[in-house]
Design a protein around this ligand. Sequence first.
Ligand code: ZN
Ligand code: ZN
Length: 411
Amino acid sequence: MSLSFEQKLQNYAELAVKIGVGLRAGQRLMVRAPIESAPLTRLIVASAYKAGARLVDVLWTDDAVTLARFNHAPRDSFEEYPTWQAEALTQIAENGDAVLSIYATDPDLLKDQDPDLVALVQRVAQTHLAPFRRKVMSDALNWSLISLPIASWAAKIFPQSEPDEQIAQLWEAIFKVCRIDQPDPVAAWQQHVAELSARKDYLNAKAYTALKYTAPGTDFTLGLPDNHIWHGAHSQTPGGITFIANIPTEEVFTMPHKDRAEGVVSSSKPLSYGGVLIEDFSLTFANGRVVNVTAKKGEAVLRKLIDTDEGSARLGEVALVPHSSPISQSGLLFYNTLFDENASNHIALGRAYRFCVTGGADMSDEDFAAAGGNDSLAHVDFMIGSDEMDVAGVTRDGQLEPIMRAGEWAF
Ligand code: ZN
Ligand code: ZN
């Protein structure tokens, strides 16, 4: 039996509320949503109230509004920021409310804009949102990120299709990679989460000191801090609410040691960052820091990202994703990190998640840095994995053990 579109949309809304944010009866929920998502957002709001939400609030976003600012606002005004939005989010986190973000944007929205202004807008937002991000990075609240098709984005992924087919094709792809087309999506997710947990438990028991990556264009060693913790799928707030921060998610991840990355690593997919595509790039690391950058496209924006602050030239996340993931199987490039990072092994420039090291949430900034944790305004994932990548774990006595061969789990 195949489900109707309406039924799938309903399932998607329920999955986001129940499995994604894991909304608990009595909580409030804030939804951040593009205006194109109104039909889905209304279902989400209804699902949340049915699950016992006290109050559901929606903050709408719109690419056209973003673009209008770049096209028409005074050039000296880009330091301005609606502070109330950042304050509201911090307050929501402090209250123990839940947050669901629906992210969909035109990957080329800002491609003709001045890279300095694009970087400035990113930096100003990151600065204002830092207190909220800090709560998010330590799992202080239950939150989730999902996506939905919008016309500009669907056109980028399916340029060969008629405009009215593009959105339907992207919906179909999203439903597939989010397991919404399965008879019982909630059960399918529970099984998927259990599988990721088993991988994570194995890696935690191994406590490797480093990972060694080899692939065309990549010869790279990434140190892992003592007491690092691998995570997969599930997160938990201090109050015991379990949630899944990203739907879809296929990754098992931890933090690397900020001072122990050596060698060259090459991207295996384009990175869509701040409305610009960065393509075919390689980063060379020494003592954990980027010392050389090359990119066939978007190099100026990549360099600005790396120059954001001291920590944006270092790494804060390392994630393992088998090449046979549903996203990789789809054969699509989504131009959206939520999907593309789950197709492939990836690493992230910038801030590390504090819950990736034992006791991290309670450490001072100095202690977290001493433990190898990176800090930055930025956190940007980029894809390095392929079916030609091998990953080995380095044991305490220097032995190499296979973790992935030709892009697939080797244990
Ligand atoms: Zn990741
Ligand atoms: Zn990340």
